[in-house]
Design a protein around this ligand. Sequence first.
Ligand SMILES: NC(=O)c1ccc[n+]([C@@H]2O[C@H](COP(=O)([O-])OP(=O)(O)OC[C@H]3O[C@@H](n4cnc5c(N)ncnc54)[C@H](O)[C@@H]3O)[C@@H](O)[C@H]2O)c1
Length: 388
Amino acid sequence: MAENILDRFKEVTKETVIDTSRKVRVGIIGTGWIAEAHMNSYLKQPDVEVVAGADLVEGKAEAFFAGYDVDVKCYRSHREMLDDESLQLDAVSICTYNRTHAECAIYALNKGISVLIEKPMCVTLEEAIEIRKAEKASGKVVSIGFQPRFDENMKMIKKIVESGVLGKIYYIQTGGGRRRGIPTPFGTTFIEDRTAGIGALGDIGCYSLDMVLNAIGYPKPLTVSGYKSNFFGTRPDYCDYAAKGKPEYAQKFQVDDFAAAFVRLEGDIILDFRIAWAMNMDTPGDTIILGTEAGLRIPSTECWNGSVGGAMKLYHEVCGQQTETEIPIIKTKEDPFDLKVRSFLDAVKNGTEAPVPTSQIIYNQAILDGIFKSAEAGREIEIQIPEC
Ligand SMILES: NC(=O)c1ccc[n+]([C@@H]2O[C@H](COP(=O)([O-])OP(=O)(O)OC[C@H]3O[C@@H](n4cnc5c(N)ncnc54)[C@H](O)[C@@H]3O)[C@@H](O)[C@H]2O)c1
């Protein structure tokens, strides 16, 4: 009840609110693996119609939509689709590989169309800045596809931090890893520079960063000392390539499969980060948040996907006694992916702030970019984010 009353007073922050007497008209750019999850979520929404789709590969969009009972116009590129004004698109899902996120988002925003960009936001900080500028100039909604945020256990991390029970937070260890888990589900778009640009960093590193940065209010990153390597993806005998009979994937592997960093954040907070698509270890460790009054341990998952891997534990004192309080796993009723899509649509319809805003994710991208650049330079670097 209280929530409904508050909703009525939600600030309308975007320039335009769409005509809510008709369905929201949506297009999907890139009809690969993740597009299916977007399509399935849109089909569950009563106030949405998917009217268009585009893919660079000839016939791919047509084949994708043939599996659904929908009337969708197909195009060979994002430009072709977005140039077709007869579609009257309100929003698009950008489900392309990382390298084309920025190009597609900026083109859509310049046409006055809101965008839901799959994670990572893009590849470089420079691209993220250009997306922010296009977003501001258009007054449209840009949200980034971090569905783990909508999981109740993730929300609990934020609630714990915001309750103040941890005291002043000064150190965070985060990241995750897979013993063997380089994603090559339908080919090599995750491992080639031309398509992915960044590897484990962009695929799962961004999730680890969002888990903790969202909880502590996304402080600005200041400096980073980063490292990256590619010892596994470049081996022709890597287990997954061997299983698929594709040793040639090793030649195509041009991104990171491991990265680590030491990041200084505003507010005198240290972030100790590591991420792996492959390593000779089961996990690089749980996420821990150390505060002056308590510490929080967030168990990792075996195959890191950005979620809470088990009951969290709070280490604190009660009347001078060292105590541990377990926070059991909460079952999330609704699929977090559906919630990420729904919350984006609500922002588009109501003209309100994006649920996963670029004002935050630009810091996530700045850290990924900083790790990459610091690793290339072989030294600590300052993270400089111009006003945008
Ligand atoms: N949120 C999640 O859980 C999740 C899971 C998997 C992937 N992803 C993200 O989704 C994105 C796509 O991943 P995927 O596995 O679907 O990749 P994919 O390679 O299977 O599909 C990408 C498709 O985009 C098309 N494409 C690229 N540029 C285009 C353009 N300019 N216009 C039209 N089509 C274009 C490609 O031809 C390809 O078919 C990646 O950024 C990835 O990180 C998110």
